[in-house]
Design a protein around this ligand. Structure first.
Ligand code: ATR
Length: 275
């Protein structure tokens, strides 16, 4: 999707994939800087490691505790750090600036793909790993809602709840399954990546018919067992492809300073993921 977007904007850049051992992440970021890369995306487990390795952290990365996008920057004549894409010469003093575009992408995808208004909503969040944590913080802080946390390892939900509580007095947090209906059930566990996986929740404690909408952060397979069961139960459903799209679009805008060609990116993403 990034290369399709670069072509659409007529930029003579390329987006490439590199397999980097976590022990060499520091050297890889230094190398990219030395080679005047415009930016990078990082995925697991580098998202957490990069927090300690970039020269500057945007609030988005600090707040979500993970870096998924790096932008290389240099100082302009006024002494301001600006994206390398803005320079026609070859600056020498370059810094790496870490951002996180995942959390905003989730909120955008929930709105676009499920028509969800999060303010005042009741949300059941499954999971307490990196993805769940980012989702919990984003939803809890930015919207005034009620969130229910369920995870196999209960202690991890408890520690997220402790961190969240002071951050928004107008949102509410409960550990365990909700007693009644919810507006959104959000799966942020890895259950569903394999076709033989069980459902990520106990439907005797929470029947799917109690969820108006179900979002699965997984996008491959396109229909997880959870989404299949949710559809059968009459819920509105969406997989996580929209989140992948919007995190990429936001990264593209950070690097280029131009609006991302969303439909071009969406088409390319569909072709690559599902064709
Ligand atoms: P990510 O960065 O994608 O969130 P992660 O941090 O490894 O990945 O988190 C995976 C999530 O899926 C966790 O909530 C994990 O539950 P635990 O905290 O109990 O490990 C959940 N998960 C993974 N396998 C699971 C399984 N077999 N049953 C229930 N939950 C599972």
């Amino acid at each position: 999707m990034q290369n399709a977007a670069l072509v659409a904007l007529g930029l003579n850049w390329r987006y490439l994939a590199f397999d980097v051992h976590p022990d060499e992440l520091r050297a890889a970021i230094q190398g990219a800087k030395a080679m005047r890369f415009i930016g990078l995306n990082l995925t697991v487990p580098h998202k957490l490691l990069a927090l300690e390795l970039v020269d500057a952290l945007d609030d988005s990365a600090k707040r979500w505790g993970a870096v998924n996008t790096v932008r290389f920057e240099a100082k302009n004549s006024q002494g301001e750090w600006r994206p390398l894409s803005e320079f026609t010469d070859s600056p020498t003093d370059i810094r790496s600036h870490g951002f996180n575009t995942d959390a905003d992408a989730l909120a955008l995808s929930l709105h676009e793909d499920l028509g969800l208004e999060l303010n005042g909503a009741k949300v059941l969040l499954l999971g307490a790993g990196g993805a769940a944590r980012a989702a919990a913080f984003k939803l809890f802080i930015d919207s005034n809602l009620e969130i229910f946390l369920v995870n196999r390892t209960h202690s991890k939900s408890i520690s997220i709840a402790h961190e969240l509580l002071p951050l928004n007095p107008r949102s509410r947090i409960t550990l365990g399954y909700p007693p009644g209906p919810v507006d959104l059930l959000l799966n942020a566990t890895s259950l569903g990546l394999q076709s033989a996986d069980p459902l990520p929740l106990d439907t005797t404690q929470f029947p799917l018919s109690r969820a108006a909408a179900v979002y699965d952060m997984i996008y491959r397979p396109a229909e997880t067992p959870l989404l299949k069961a949710a559809k059968a139960a009459g819920c509105r459903v969406s997989n996580g492809l929209g989140m992948l799209l919007y995190q990429g679009a936001k990264a593209f805008e950070l690097w280029t300073g131009q609006p991302a060609p969303i439909e071009t990116m969406r088409r390319a993403l569909h072709q690559n993921v599902y064709a």
